[in-house]
Design a protein around this ligand. Structure first.
Ligand SMILES: [Zn+2]
Ligand SMILES: [Zn+2]
Length: 108
């Protein structure tokens, strides 16, 4: 019984550690990309900032559970192929309302 509880505590601890690392990675990624939406300068809520992949054949980049096992250098390489935009702009880009050409120019 005691062992089981210990295990649960450890599992909970690990979950929190992973969560913390993921948040930290996300924070680092956001800072790396300039801290605000590259289209409208939105920076109010970090949770509302997305990483949109410039290569449409690639999936949008997320700091997911998978992301935390990756080295920061790998994440950075991936971030270089993405633009950071807020959720609103992201929807607009995907619906074709907003073109990303201006952003890609800034990126270069
Ligand atoms: Zn996208
Ligand atoms: Zn925006």
């Amino acid at each position: 019984m005691a062992d089981k509880r210990k295990y649960r505590d450890r599992a909970e601890y690990l979950k929190q550690a992973v969560d913390k690392r993921r948040k930290k990675m996300r924070q680092m990624a956001i800072e790396y990309k300039g801290g605000k939406c590259q289209l409208c300068d939105y920076s109010k809520c970090a949770q509302a900032l997305d990483f949109h992949h410039l290569d449409p054949s690639k999936k949008d980049f997320g700091i997911s559970a998978d992301g935390i096992t990756r080295a920061w250098s790998k994440i950075k390489a991936e971030l270089d192929k993405c633009v950071m935009i807020c959720a609103n702009c992201h929807r607009e880009v995907h619906s074709g309302l907003t073109q990303l050409s201006t952003v890609t120019l800034i990126e270069k």
